[in-house]
Design a protein around this ligand. Structure first.
Ligand code: XMP
Length: 524
């Protein structure tokens, strides 16, 4: 993964993860200032690997443990022996201090949330941002704090709860902060990190999507040679961008496979075929497997069984299509960085479990192919930026995520063709109103759910007895946590009226105001 960055012209920063909830934000902040960085679990950074990565600087993240515990995680010695600047954040600061001969103590003065530090000294990291004598807002989240500094360190700033809130060894260019510069609530945190990467480490900040695209294309060509590649399209942004990038690299050695499960939204399959076949002229196998899926799901209402059946049928159909390509050596996937980090995280964590249950594919295990994952270094919004860089239509790039099992998990209970049609109509009206109100890009995901509940209504002079439709809309940054979108009542009223008037089979509309947790985004 790192070879392409490992040349003198690239500015790599290595982030060693000690398990903080916000480690990914460090990477985000660095990438925003044009610096390429990777997050590695602290215990997967052996000397050879670190040297091969050739970082200009190393950041040690925060973490949930205490350095005072037996067997607490520590940074490998190479971090302090490599001769590059080191920046320890929270736990990262504490382990650095301990490993270099200082000490840490616990519990007496915990600080959580907003805090203010007094700036006592100038430093290269605070230059042009914090003035000596000023009081600056930061975000703290710690129990332990540094109690005695190793030789060579001085205090740059202190807070009430952390006498060593910011420390520096200017000669060795080792820095430590007790607060979290990566979170938005630390005012100027982003600039502090930028001073570290640009001024202290000497990064030029030239990591752009254009350079990423060029590097990945060279890398894909080298990896694939003249072999064939297949790529499954889901209609979502990740697989679409992956396919377009690979096609740019190897042209018609790539064949895309689009399995139409019959569980897609209205017009979705046509859009995928239109973009890839007509617009990009990428070899595409469009497999209409809707009958197989509908047949396989007949009489099934238990959500997990639905998911498993859909996953298994998908693999069957995909394998059959891949065979038609004949001798494909590689399978391309739109894996993103958050998935990579979760899967290697030494701490594991609840999100890892949630994801695996969502993984419809399971393809790589089943198929004897090598993987190409050109986006495994990118965050979701960077994938969108890459899509724009590749000139893909905006309509594809800004799309809300859509789950692999499709509308099947938005129809609790048994699935029938008739219910799918009813749901498609309601969903189309809902999304149409969202677009018209200019809300689409403010929402992470919005969709309608067709409930297996029937209620009594009155239309004209007659009694109705039809389904309930639930509307869902959430804000989120990664789908892991989410909050419901606070629509104006008037908007909800408008959508409800249209759905009930225009869709036969629905006579009542409700809005789901559950956050995640405790709810999930999808209903099944
Ligand atoms: P939940 O419902 O767990 O979903 O809050 C979080 C995000 O994941 C999407 N999702 C899936 N994506 N295959 C997918 O590719 C799946 O099986 C699947 N299930 C849920 C969901 O739409 C939301 O964006």
């Amino acid at each position: 993964m790192t070879e392409a960055q490992n040349t003198p012209s690239h500015d790599n920063i290595l982030i060693l993860d000690f398990g903080s909830q916000v480690t990914q934000l460090i990477a985000r902040r660095l990438r925003e200032s044009g610096v390429y960085c990777e997050i590695w679990p602290f215990n997967q950074a052996d000397e050879g690997r670190v040297k091969a990565f050739n970082p200009r600087g190393i950041i040690l993240s925060g973490g949930p443990r205490s350095t005072l515990e037996k067997g607490a995680p520590s940074a490998p010695d190479v971090v302090f022996e490599l001769g590059v600047p080191v920046f320890g954040i929270c736990y990262g600061q504490q382990t650095m201090v301990k490993q270099l001969g200082g000490s840490v103590e616990g519990e007496k003065s915990r600080e959580f949330g907003r805090a203010f530090v007094n700036v006592l000294e100038d430093s290269e990291i605070t230059a042009g941002i914090w003035e000596k004598g000023a009081s600056e807002q930061v975000w703290m989240s710690h129990g332990d704090h540094v109690a005695a500094l190793p030789d060579g360190f001085e205090v740059v700033a202190k807070s009430d709860g952390a006498p060593y809130a910011f420390i520096a060894d200017n000669a060795r260019k080792f820095y430590g902060v007790q607060f979290h510069p990566e979170v938005m609530h630390t005012l100027h945190g982003r600039e502090l990190l930028k001073n570290f990467t640009h001024n202290v480490c000497g990064c030029k900040g030239k990591w752009t999507m254009a350079s990423f695209r060029a590097r990945q294309i060279a890398k894909i060509r080298e990896q694939v040679g003249d072999a064939k590649v297949v790529c499954g399209l889901s209609g979502g942004v990740d697989s679409s961008v992956t396919a377009v990038l690979i096609h740019e690299a190897i042209g018609d050695q790539l064949t895309c496979i689009y399995v139409d499960t019959g569980l897609m939204r209205a017009g979705e399959s046509e859009q995928v075929v239109d973009l890839f076949h007509n617009n990009y002229n990428i070899p595409l196998i469009h497999e209409d497997a809707s009958e197989k899926f509908l047949g396989g799901l007949e009489g099934i209402s238990e959500p997990e069984i639905k998911r498993r059946l859909i996953g298994a049928m998908f693999i069957d159909v995909f394998e059959m299509c891949a065979k038609r390509v004949g001798g494909a050596k590689f399978l391309a996937q739109g894996t993103l960085y958050p998935d990579v980090i979760e899967s290697v995280s030494f701490a594991g964590g609840p999100s890892a479990t949630i994801k695996s249950h969502h993984n419809v594919g399971g393809l790589p295990d089943k198929m004897d192919m090598e993987l190409i994952e050109p986006m495994r270094e990118l965050f979701k919004d960077e994938v969108r930026a890459l899509g724009r860089e590749l000139g893909m239509p905006e309509a594809f790039i800004r799309r809300h995520p859509f789950p692999g099992p499709g509308l099947a998990i938005r129809i609790p209970g048994e699935i029938t063709q008739e219910k799918i049609e009813v749901l498609r109509k309601a969903d189309t009206i809902y999304l149409d109103e969202i677009e018209k109100a200019g809300l689409y890009d403010k929402i992470w995901q919005a969709f309608a759910v067709l409930l297996p509940v029937k209620t009594v209504g009155v239309m004209g002079d007659g009694r109705t007895y039809d389904h309930v439709c639930a509307l869902r809309a959430v804000t989120s940054t990664d789908g892991m946590t989410a909050d419901y979108y606070p629509y104006e009542h008037e908007f909800l009223g408008r959508v409800a009226t249209r759905i009930i008037n225009e869709v036969h089979g629905i006579n009542r509309v409700v809005y789901d105001i559950t956050s995640k947790p405790p709810g999930t985004i999808e209903w099944e």
